[in-house]
Design a protein around this ligand. Structure first.
Ligand code: B16
Ligand code: MG
Length: 214
């Protein structure tokens, strides 16, 4: 019996990857190299610091920690400029209806995101009130596939891991859910999401009835 649903943010509730992409690409261009949408795939679900390291690796650039910190802050300032203009139209199809159904059925809801900007994004899209607990990049020290973010979510809701299901669009997030001993539903294409209980293209295909696992 599922008692709680834990949601990743980017790629599950909203598509903020497109804003991350614009902001990272601007930084890459400033540093003198190109950054493609295919490169951006590697940053999904990955922390800000790690994302910068991958970006610098792509550009073949080595920098000291102080400079890296400056660049991560610069990218974030730019990114925040984009997400400040987000609105409820950007909630991915079917998400809001599914959240409402969970509430009607007494199933608890938590956010489990790597993003330190998660509270701002939820505010902009008007969904903060739907979450019983918000665990984000500000409250975790270990990145996915470490299970910390989801274990903290289950703890905040006082629900056992085995009674939780995670919704994730990134392989590292699927692994994190598995490492937490939770059920996991992939959002996207099965080819890119191994080890999920099942994969759906989006929430328009999701129902309460599908929350049954052996
Ligand atoms: P921030 P998620 C992740 O969100 C993004 O997928 C990833 O691309 C980003 O680097 C990370 O958040 C950190 O975001 O710079 O805003 O703290 O998929 O875990 O919701
Ligand atoms: Mg994600």
């Amino acid at each position: 019996q599922i008692k709680a649903c834990l949601f990743d943010l980017d790629g599950v509730v909203v598509d903020t990857a497109k804003y991350h992409f614009i902001a990272w690409r601007e930084l890459a261009q400033e540093l003198g190299f190109d950054f493609t949408e295919a490169d951006n795939e590697r940053l999904k679900g990955v922390s800000r610091v790690r994302s910068l390291e991958i970006l610098l690796e792509i550009g073949g650039i080595e920098l000291d920690d102080k400079r890296k910190e400056q660049l991560a802050a610069q990218k974030n300032e730019n990114y925040v400029g984009y997400i400040q203009r987000m609105n409820p139209d950007e909630i991915l199809p079917g998400v809001e209806d599914f959240l409402k159904k969970l509430k009607e059925n007494g199933i608890r809801i938590a956010l489990g995101s790597a993003s330190k900007n998660a509270p701002l994004i939820l505010k902009q899209i008007g969904l903060t009130h739907m979450f019983d607990a918000i665990i984000d990049g500000n409250s975790v020290s270990k990145a996915k596939p470490d299970p910390e973010v989801f274990l903290k979510g289950a703890e905040a809701l006082s629900v056992e891991s085995g009674d939780c299901v995670v919704f994730e669009d990134a392989q590292a997030g699927i692994e994190a859910a598995r490492n937490a001993g939770m059920h996991v539903i992939g959002i996207g294409h099965p080819d890119n999401l191994k080890n999920a209980d099942f994969v759906i293209p989006g929430f328009e295909e999701m129902t309460i009835e599908k929350l049954k696992f052996d």
